[in-house]
Design a binder for this molecule. Structure first.
Ligand code: ZN
Length: 121
């Protein structure tokens, strides 16, 4: 897709993706926070399962459960946040900046695709 500045018709366009970046960061933080809850639960499950292998198994199981819970929470939150940020970029923010005239603009997907002409039946 070739982007053109609606103000000066320059082809030098920067995509900002502010929402995407912010969403990814917020999502990671939120996901990690959720992951901590999952981690403590994972630690409990891991420790319980590991307990069948003795005290060392309980410790290892607890650590493994905590790490897995935390990782899943963080990465799931990051991708969910980025998806949300993408929606914000596309719909709410002026996601594109012209490098020639500094004009910020957004591209409305519904406008970039003109409706098909109605064919007479
Ligand atoms: Zn421009």
């Amino acid at each position: 897709m070739i982007l053109i500045c609606p103000s000066c018709y320059s082809h030098h366009i920067r995509i900002n993706n502010y929402g995407r970046k912010a969403g990814g960061t917020i999502g990671t933080v939120a996901g990690t926070a959720g992951g901590i809850v999952a981690a403590s639960r994972g630690a409990q499950v891991g420790a319980t399962v590991g307990l069948t292998l003795g005290p060392a198994g309980a410790t290892l199981g607890g650590i493994a459960g905590a790490i897995i819970g935390g990782l899943i929470g963080g990465s799931a939150g990051c991708s969910a946040g980025m998806k949300l940020g993408e929606v914000i970029d596309e719909n709410l923010l002026d996601n594109y900046t012209c490098l020639s005239c500094d004009h910020s603009f957004s591209i409305n997907k519904s406008q970039s695709q003109p409706p098909l002409p109605q064919l007479p039946n």
